[in-house]
Ligand binder design. Structure first.
Ligand code: ADP
Ligand code: MG
Length: 272
């Protein structure tokens, strides 16, 4: 084996044992380029280390995205702001995507009818936060309450609570779809109280604030206290209009055949 081949094998082994996958991937092609373009040694080293930095950043983001457990991938660039009846401003969402509100432990509440992009935007903002390497967790409100109740029964409540307190951004989707019993409502209340002014929450809900008390088993005091904390430092974004999917469907149908549209519309309307 030539000296060059031996050196190459050694570099690969060393980079692996130092956990530098970026170096393993790029050093050969960079070495070739360095020879061709007569780079100095420092320049070569800098390029190799930059590749390692990029690789680490990328895998940290991937890790954050996996941890966040988004039910599906939704991003800002697939959101059609023109289809929101003027309810949602692209500039406002772009500003929120910068994530400064997470640094301030502020909250966001998306409230509005089904299919108006609440979950889409909540995921998209969560994805942006994960890209900034913040710890994010997405969960439906009913699921997290169920997990809390199960953890309590298994005497593991403390552990789950700590995990839930620690994430920088908790996305609570679909608050209001399923009402909680008293114990469940209290556990959710405790979670939000613990996070209050320390860590951010995004809530999506189909309910008006006046209806929240229904979700918390009619407990006015608890609901008022919870809303107080949640909304104290919150950006409330009301969504409105028809369901986006239905709107699309209507558009397509009216392109195809006008008569079918009027007959088909109320049916899909009820389903949504
Ligand atoms: P909600 O959570 O308000 O019920 P979703 O965010 O789940 O609604 O939206 C339903 C579907 O329609 C999703 O697939 C979502 O990506 C899509 N959608 C909703 N609004 C928009 C929009 N303005 N631009 C692009 N897709 C949208
Ligand atoms: Mg939703």
């Amino acid at each position: 084996m030539s000296r060059a081949v031996v050196a190459k094998e050694l570099v690969i082994a060393q980079a692996r044992s130092l956990k530098m996958p970026g170096v393993v991937r790029v050093f050969e092609s960079l070495a070739r380029q360095a020879r061709e373009d007569h780079w100095g040694y420092e320049e070569f080293l800098h390029e190799v280390l930059s590749a390692e930095q990029t690789s680490r950043r990328d895998s940290a983001v991937k890790h954050r995205l996996r941890e966040a457990r988004f039910p599906e991938m939704k991003t800002m660039d697939t959101f059609d702001f023109a289809a929101t009846d003027g309810a949602i401003s692209a500039a406002q969402i772009a500003e929120l995507a910068r994530g400064e509100w997470i640094g301030r432990a502020d909250n966001i509440i998306f409230a509005g009818p089904i299919g108006t992009g609440k979950t889409h935007l909540a995921i998209a903002l969560g994805v942006e936060a994960a890209r900034q390497r913040r710890r994010v967790l997405f969960t439906r409100a009913a699921d997290v309450v169920r997990s809390l109740l199960e953890a309590r029964d298994a005497r593991e409540l403390g552990r789950l609570q700590r995990r839930l307190y620690q994430v920088d951004l908790l996305v609570l989707d679909e608050l209001g779809f399923v009402p909680f019993d008293r114990a469940g409502g209290e556990l959710l209340f405790n979670l939000l109280t613990e996070r209050y002014e320390r860590r951010s929450v995004i809530v999506t809900t189909n309910l008006a604030f006046s209806e929240w008390v229904k979700v918390f088993g009619g407990d006015e005091k608890l609901t008022t206290a919870l809303l107080d904390r949640l909304a104290h430092h919150a950006t409330v974004i009301p969504t409105k209009g028809k369901s986006y999917r239905m709107r699309k469907k209507t558009l397509n149908e009216s392109n195809d055949e006008d008569q079918v549209t009027s007959a088909a519309l109320p049916k899909t309307g009820r389903k949504a």
